[in-house]
Write a protein that binds this ligand. Structure first.
Ligand SMILES: [Zn+2]
Length: 187
């Protein structure tokens, strides 16, 4: 699962696309050609497309919502966590970009990262559900238990939420996307 953000600028409607004709599925070469053309278009047209998998997107959008309380509405905040092509207008996208840039300059980002670290640490470990918190598994119906490969025999694992990575580089890429997008839809 991932999140695909498409810029709303009029020019982007002319992005290259391939329509499959007939019932034949596209050949390998046709697909390669399509993806190469798409990637070139994305490189040449900043603001056209931004993608994150769900793990990167959730903390990023959380950050946006946190830093832009007076810009992003409750509806935006909620819709941004779902793939329903919710529109963020051009004005809003520009204001978000500006506010996020400011957050990187004035130390808001450092405070947010610290609070996030503290929160994740406070969650502590949770019982390993793979081995039922025994530390051992019976693989392939064998009678000899082996050490659980999920928790490495520790019976517990870090909390699920610690699996969401936070990445400043991703934030910077998103800021540039916001600026060039002309507004965007989160799908
Ligand atoms: Zn385990």
């Amino acid at each position: 699962m991932g999140f695909d953000l498409y810029g709303e600028r009029k020019e982007f409607k002319l992005a290259p696309d391939i329509e499959w004709e007939g019932d034949e599925p596209p050949s390998f070469e046709e697909k390669e050609e399509y993806f190469a053309a798409r990637q070139k278009y994305e490189r040449d047209n900043p603001g056209y497309y931004f993608r994150n998998n769900v793990w990167y997107w959730r903390p990023l959008w959380q950050y946006v919502v946190n830093m832009c309380e007076n810009i992003v509405t409750v509806e935006d905040a909620t819709a941004g966590m779902h793939n329903d092509f919710h529109l963020i207008t051009k004005t809003k996208a520009l204001r978000i970009a500006k506010r996020l840039e400011k957050s990187m300059e004035n130390g808001d980002i450092d405070r947010w990262e610290e609070a996030r670290e503290e929160h994740l640490e406070s969650l502590g470990n949770v019982p390993c559900e793979i081995c039922d918190a025994t530390g051992y598994r019976h693989m392939n119906d064998s009678n000899t238990p082996t050490i659980c490969n999920a928790c490495k025999g520790k019976k517990e694992k870090p909390h699920f939420d610690t699996g969401y990575p936070w990445d400043r580089k991703n934030l910077k890429t998103f800021i540039e996307f916001c600026k060039d997008s002309g507004g965007f839809r989160i799908g």
